[in-house]
Design a protein around this ligand. Structure first.
Ligand code: BGC
Length: 767
């Protein structure tokens, strides 16, 4: 398949041709979402070719059975998956009784656009059916940001060379399955399927988890732009309901259907009020109308872009890519509901089950903090705070005690639901990311109060886990952490992964320092938390002993921290000697061969260098980068962004640019040959970081915002906005300098290349 089929455009994702082989990939890339629900860009009309049908509702999941041959104590019972929800986009089309199916007809012209500026998806095509009828179709749809339970489609069809009967049959199909489901189970139970006043409704509930959802649709028609009333015939089966409308059209007339649809679900409404709420949502949508809803959509996206946009001049592909990343992140999570989170595939596919990973804390929080109000990132932290008890239960199941908390690798509701032992039991570094997220939030927003009110309990639970997970090695005379998987999942069950050990040490130290600090700043909250957690001096002293004496593997020869104790036993051969035909290695090599190789899936030691940059001199950063990057295959989407930031830090701007393109166009250019499964949403936040923290060099330390801007030679300029503690700052970098504009009404102090600058309210400074 041609991996370069998206047309470059600053604000839109466009394809101008139809290629069956590209359909699954475009379904992912052109996905729509509004934070509460999302859907792949499946076609409205029937498509019999290869396709992954997908509509998802935020928070609605199913605990699918864990499928493993050899059960081990502590395995989670289930693997959570966001369920494929009833499909409401479908509109069956028949032309003189022949079904319209792009897989079987001749496509004379085709154009598909995802307009990121305004938040809608459009397809137009001209097609000839086997009966010789040629038609022109335009289909536009969006998921409303303003009314996040509502979506709308306008589907217009014109006969080009005939007069004939056009049938449009909008439907809701609840007979959907998840492609990756175990045992081919069906996860929904239909409770009611009915029509009332030309509204069709399906009330369904998920098995086991009991989420209730009402999916409903209402339809309107125009003929050549004038409203007309068509009488439908109802066709209802056990899991599918449709209205069939027929209209005779003359050549060049246009029949349009406007289909309004809604999902109303029991996380937000009483179960017995769902159908009524669905009906009033549709009444509201019809009253407002398609065009006015679309106008709101444009306004709401304009408001998002106002702060979140990054403008790049002189490199349209880079421009398109960063907007695509920012757009998809905003489609996935808008931060108003602390029960929701950001699955690695968002609403664009089934893989990763729609669940929450450490990606949120390590990658997404910086993006949301800087492009939205701080309550958005706070909601992400509260999500974990609300799961603390489950994290303690999870650790208890594995044999830890006394309130030690192990956050899950993968979760929907706080319970672990990842079922590979080398990840579930061993990839424990995720626990540190949860605390790092708290540190990062407080450090950036200045909202220190979050810690005494909420964060400290989480920090204590995690610090206890690290304390208990270490053991004293007589041989090394230090504390060690055995049997782990670091971020590099291409090595399992290793001892003393530098990143994990360092993070453990840091988590304990941060917790202990914070407790000291709270003694004077928030004494009553501290008392409350200490008494709730029963943390005493003895335990604190033991934790300190561990943190001060944790072992960190180091090579004197290479002057780098080692990824794990035995890393240098491996045959070290840089990736440049790997034949292209064998990459990505995870698609060509046996797992056994991968595990024994020196190849690194994603930043591991370098992830630590990135997070704790201040603990390393620039020379040390360079040495670590030069040792590890040549061994890294970047087969996790989370990898190139960290390398881009570090490369910029050590002034390797060409390398940073190469890594930037790789992270930002990972999906658009399908670097890892897998975009058909869905987009890599969480790593998109890393793309944003690659510009702001990489090229812009933005950091926050000790209540100061600093920059060290650089620009790749391929770009004329770039500009981004940062929301920092109530001020919006615009940074505009060109080859001749950098302009910092303070858009707020209070003065802002920043540090640029080491010098302190104060920017007056509404003022600017050129450097
Ligand atoms: C990465 C993990 C990541 C997960 C979800 C995996 O391929 O190795 O670090 O959390 O994908 O993005």
């Amino acid at each position: 398949m041609n991996q370069n089929f998206i047309l470059p455009n600053p604000w839109s994702i466009i394809v101008d041709h139809f290629n069956k082989a590209e359909v699954p990939a475009t379904e992912s890339l052109f996905s729509l979402g509004n934070g509460a629900m999302g859907q792949r860009a499946n076609f409205e009309e029937k498509y019999s070719g290869e396709s992954l049908q997908g509509s998802y509702i935020g928070g609605i999941y199913y605990p699918d059975k864990t499928r493993v041959g050899w059960w081990k104590n502590g395995y989670p019972e289930y693997f959570a998956k966001v369920l494929n929800a009833p499909n409401w986009i479908g509109i069956g089309i028949k032309i003189n009784n022949q079904i319209l199916d792009l897989n079987t007809c001749k496509i004379d012209a085709y154009y598909q656009e995802l307009n990121m500026k305004e938040g809608w998806l459009m397809r137009t095509f001209m097609a000839t059916l086997s009966n010789g009828s040629q038609i022109q179709v335009e289909a536009k749809r969006f998921l409303s940001l303003k009314f996040n339970e509502i979506g709308a489609i306008k589907y217009s069809l014109s006969p080009l060379n005939f007069d004939g009967i056009i049938e449009m049959a909008p439907y809701i199909d609840a007979g959907i399955v998840n492609k990756d489901a175990n045992y081919d189970e069906y996860f929904w139970e239909i409770l009611d399927i009915k029509s009332e006043n030309n509204i069709a409704l399906i009330l369904s509930k998920t098995l086991k988890t009991n989420f209730h959802v009402c999916t409903a649709m209402a339809n309107e028609f125009t003929l050549n732009g004038q409203a007309i009333t068509l009488k439908p015939k109802l066709a209802s089966k056990t899991k599918k309901i449709k209205f069939i409308y027929k209209q005779k059209l003359e050549k060049n007339q246009t029949l349009s259907i406007i289909k309004y649809a809604t999902y109303v679900q029991s996380m937000n409404h009483q179960s017995d009020a769902l159908c009524q709420t669905a009906i009033s949502n549709l009444d509201k949508a019809r009253k407002i109308g398609f065009e006015a809803l679309l106008a709101y959509q444009k306004q709401d996206w304009a408001a998002i872009w106002e702060t979140a946009d990054i403008k790049i001049e002189g490199d349209v592909k880079a421009q398109q890519a960063i907007r695509f990343n920012i757009f998809q992140l905003n489609q996935t999570y808008l931060g108003e509901d602390a029960r929701l989170n950001i699955g690695p595939k968002g609403f664009t596919g089934e893989k990763y089950g729609g669940s929450t990973y450490w990606d949120t804390e390590a990658y997404c929080i910086p993006f949301y903090m800087a492009t939205k109000d701080k309550h958005v990132a706070k909601n992400l932290l509260l999500y974990r705070y609300n799961h603390l008890e489950k994290a303690i239960e999870n650790a208890t199941k594995l044999g830890f005690s006394n309130g030690a908390a192990l956050y899950p690798m993968v979760t929907m509701n706080g319970e672990e639901c990842h079922n590979e032992w080398e990840i579930t039991f061993e990839e424990i570094h995720r626990n540190g990311a949860i605390v790092y997220g708290i540190y990062n939030y407080v450090n950036y927003t200045g909202d220190f109060e979050y810690i005494p009110k909420f964060g400290l309990e989480v920090m204590i639970g995690v610090a206890r886990f690290w304390h208990q997970r270490t053991n004293f090695s007589k041989e090394k005379n230090q504390y060690v952490i055995l049997g782990v998987t670091g971020p590099n999942e291409y090595e399992n069950n290793v001892n003393n992964n530098f990143y994990t050990n360092y993070l453990a040490k840091w988590c304990i130290n941060f917790t202990l320092e914070t407790i000291e600090n709270l003694k004077s700043s928030y004494p009553s909250d501290l008392d409350r938390v200490l008494s709730k957690t029963q943390l005493n001096q003895e335990e604190l002293a033991q934790m300190l002993e561990v943190a001060q004496n944790i072992y960190l593997p180091y090579s004197k020869d290479y002057e780098v921290f080692l990824q794990q104790d035995a890393f240098l036993d491996k045959e070290i051969v840089p990736t440049e000697f790997l034949p292209k035909s064998q990459r990505p290695i995870n698609q060509y090599w046996s797992w056994d061969r991968i595990l024994r190789s020196c190849y690194i899936k994603q930043a591991d030691v370098l992830q630590g260098v990135y997070l704790f940059e201040n603990a390393f001199s620039k020379d040390q950063i360079r040495k670590h980068f030069d040792f590890y990057e040549p061994l890294t295959v970047h087969e996790s989407s989370l990898s190139p962004c960290i390398h881009a930031i570090l490369a910029a830090k050590i002034n390797r701007i060409d390398k940073a640019y190469e890594m930037y393109l790789r992270t930002s166009r990972l999906d658009l250019d399908d670097y890892n040959h897998e975009v058909a499964e869905g987009c890599h949403i969480t790593s998109m936040a890393g793309t944003w970081m690659a510009i702001v923290q990489g090229f812009g060099g933005m950091r926050t330390h000790n209540n100061a915002l600093s920059f060290n801007p650089q620009i790749p030679k391929q770009w004329e300029s770039y500009a981004f906005n940062i929301n920092y503690r109530g001020c919006v700052l615009r940074v505009h970098k060109t080859h001749s300098g950098c302009v910092f504009t303070n858009k707020s009404t209070q003065a802002l102090k920043i540090i640029v290349d080491g010098s302190i600058l104060v920017i007056e309210p509404k003022g600017l400074v050129k450097v």
